[in-house]
Design a protein around this ligand. Structure first.
Ligand SMILES: NC(=O)c1ccc[n+]([C@@H]2O[C@H](COP(=O)([O-])OP(=O)(O)OC[C@H]3O[C@@H](n4cnc5c(N)ncnc54)[C@H](O)[C@@H]3O)[C@@H](O)[C@H]2O)c1
Length: 274
């Protein structure tokens, strides 16, 4: 998601530092961003010149060395509360006091992510959708202590990226993920129980409900590890059996079949070109 957000921001004229834990991962993020831009060129939605200009605005980095010069920081690390809290402590220590701080979490309460911050009023949920360049929605989530002016800034940022904004209260899964998680989990339970094949379940959702892709194609795109983390957050947050994660999803994670990003999930994918 970080690479998609970087690509969208660069396309709209922002200079982007794409931060990761190692140089290899940061470079991989930039390569993914370039691939997303090239895909838009191939589809005729973007000129090669605009894609090249955007690519030149994305710089991979590690160690948060450039954090002090950022106007906007968007965190898109794995869906893990302890990790995100730690990252935001580090961000707050290095970032300018007036920088907008956003988290792209898809399910974790913003209030919990920001609970260690000296100024939790700065943190806003800015939830993008995958693939970022193609998806028009951004869900904005104010935490309980988020200042209204920071929410307004987050909204302006999303609008500047050409997105449509919906506002959600700070509840686990917000509006979008809460519904989506149940849908893909139910599909996984059906596969687990032998009701139908993954291919037939996907075909049923696409042709029967006019969904643009089936639940297994979607979960492969999202990442099965991310989907399991999200279901765990919803289970933890509501303790409602409807969020009980299908064991098949956990087995897929244990097997390293995480979806598109590992080349295999419910379906197989060709390796990305270097
Ligand atoms: N996958 C989706 O479709 C989707 C959609 C919307 C939102 N999200 C949310 O976006 C976030 C990221 O999800 P993802 O699927 O892109 O995860 P991912 O595991 O594919 O990518 C996470 C990236 O963060 C890096 N990272 C780990 N620790 C870091 C640190 N301390 N500092 C900097 N980078 C670090 C990893 O190396 C990796 O490159 C999650 O909060 C997820 O819930 C995901």
């Amino acid at each position: 998601m970080g690479s998609g957000i970087a690509a969208e921001c660069a396309l709209r004229g922002y200079f982007v530092t794409l931060e990761d834990t190692t140089e290899v991962f940061a470079e991989r993020g930039r390569a993914n961003a370039l691939r997303a831009l090239e895909h838009q060129v191939r589809k005729g939605h973007l000129s090669a010149a605009d894609a090249a200009a955007a690519a030149a605005r994305i710089d991979p980095a590690i160690g948060m060395r450039r954090i002090s010069s950022a106007d906007i920081v968007v965190e898109a690390a794995p869906e893990n509360l302890a990790l995100k809290r730690e990252i935001f402590r580090e961000i707050e220590a290095g970032a300018a006091p007036d920088a907008l701080l956003g988290s792209n979490t898809s399910s974790l309460p913003i209030t919990s992510i920001g609970q260690d911050l000296k100024d939790p009023g700065r943190l806003v949920g800015i939830h993008f959708f995958n693939p970022v360049l193609q998806m028009a929605l951004v869900e904005i989530i104010p935490g309980l202590r988020t200042r209204p002016e920071e929410v307004a800034r987050a909204r302006e940022f999303a609008l500047a990226l050409g997105k449509t904004v919906v506002l959600s209260k700070d509840t686990p899964g917000f509006v979008t993920t809460r519904a989506l998680a149940v849908l893909v989990n139910e599909a996984a339970w059906m596969l687990y129980e032998g009701v139908a094949t993954a291919e037939d379940i996907d075909t049923a959702y696409v042709l029967g409900f006019h969904h643009p892709m089936g639940p297994f194609a979607l979960i492969d795109l999202v990442g099965i590890d991310t989907a399991v983390s999200i279901l765990d957050v919803l289970w933890e947050g509501y303790r409602d059996p409807k969020y009980r994660v299908c064991p098949l999803l956990k087995s897929m994670v244990a097997a390293g079949r995480l979806g598109r990003k590992t080349g295999e999930g419910f379906f197989r994918y060709p390796a990305p070109e270097p």
